[in-house]
Design a protein around this ligand. Structure first.
Ligand code: G3H
Ligand code: 13P
Ligand code: ZN
Length: 333
């Protein structure tokens, strides 16, 4: 039987994005696959009084089961209330939906927002697919994120060696004809912990660390000019904190030359029409760093609660840092 997100206490992105664009901040969109990630997201959002988007990829559905993740989102709302938040603003969002059927299934099963990612399709096919999803979603008061332009790196199963920046001259036509509620754009971010090849970066002479090329803010500003006030989304926005990478490498890991988007640039983007910033890899790094360190220091322990607790704490710290120091979505409830 179909269930509406409204019955679960979730909200769609409409009002949240309007406020964020007007207020010059961005809403965190954190991917989750596990209970510990969900708990850390809710604890961070409640403590910092932030709206939050909890997003589920196709891979997360395969890993954890879509039904379980949906009940976890419902649990997240109740948990937030239990932690003292009277009116939590939590969105359950499908990340990188790749078909109408998948989006429909999520809408029918309690999601309040879906992404239809037709960015790898020819322009007209992207429009047709996005429009079809928008029509179904809007009939259920569910909001839709679409994507125009291709990110470098792995976009689910689609490999894009080179990123193709979003063309500002296409965005009015795309947004008008599809009716989408927000638009993910390509301005140089990419998925994962290796966002740039070493040859694309310079090296900081003091630390030896890679310094990536700047994001294409000129493209972002040109898009904002074409669509004033329209909600823009940035995928692939993990910063790949070097202290977490160092901890991982110091305790048996092997992440050579992992590099992300510098936080100053995400801070700048958050002040613009960018009102949703997607972060997944930083959570993976925070969890892995804490667990690797714990295993190294406590080889005699084997109760998962012993190592998942510091992992959860480390993720919460990271989520709070993003909310307060990067996106500026704190104290907005
Ligand atoms: O954009 C991709 C997200 O980081 C989700 O990754 O497909 O491995 O769950 P995943
Ligand atoms: P990161 O890999 O940079 O965390 O990006 C996540 C993302 O865009 C999810 O859709
Ligand atoms: Zn993404």
């Amino acid at each position: 039987m179909a269930v509406s997100y409204k019955e679960l206490g979730l909200v769609n992105t409409k009002e949240m994005f309007a406020k964020a664009v007007k207020g010059g901040y961005a809403i965190p969109a954190f991917n989750f696959n596990t209970m510990e990630q969900m708990q850390a997201i809710v604890q961070a959002a409640v403590k910092q009084k932030s709206p939050v988007i909890m997003q589920v990829s196709k891979g997360a559905r395969n890993y954890a089961n879509g039904t379980i993740l949906r009940y976890m989102a419902q649990g997240a709302v109740e948990y937030a209330k239990e932690l003292g938040c009277a009116n939590p603003q939590i969105v359950l969002h499908l990340d990188h939906g790749d078909s109408f059927e998948l989006c429909k299934d999520c809408i029918d099963n309690g999601f309040s927002s879906v992404m239809i990612d037709g960015s790898a399709l020819p322009y007209e096919d992207n429009i047709a697919l996005t429009k079809k999803v928008v029509e179904y979603a809007h009939a259920h008061d569910v909001t839709v994120e679409a994507e125009l332009g291709v990110l470098a790196g792995v976009e689910d199963e689609v490999q894009a060696e080179e990123s193709h920046y979003t063309k500002p001259e296409e965005v009015i036509d795309f947004a008008t004809r599809t009716g989408c509620d927000s638009l993910a754009i390509s301005i140089g971010t990419s998925h994962g912990a290796y966002k740039f090849k070493p040859e694309q970066c310079t090296r900081d002479p003091k630390t030896g660390k890679l310094v990536p090329p700047p994001l294409a803010f000129d493209v972002l500003h040109a898009i904002e000019k074409k669509l004033p006030g329209f909600p823009i989304v940035l995928h692939g926005s993990s910063s790949v904190p070097q202290d977490e990478v160092d901890t991982i490498n110091a305790h048996g890991g092997k992440l050579p030359d992992a590099v992300g988007i510098p936080e100053e640039q995400l801070r700048e983007a958050s002040k613009s029409a960018v009102c949703k910033i997607n972060i997944d890899s930083d959570s993976r790094l925070a969890m892995t760093a804490a667990i690797r360190k714990y295993f190294d220091e406590h080889p005699e322990h084997f109760d998962p609660r012993q190592y998942l607790k510091p992992a959860r704490e480390n993720m919460q710290k990271m989520y709070e840092h993003k909310i307060v120091d990067v996106l500026g979505s704190n104290n907005k409830l």
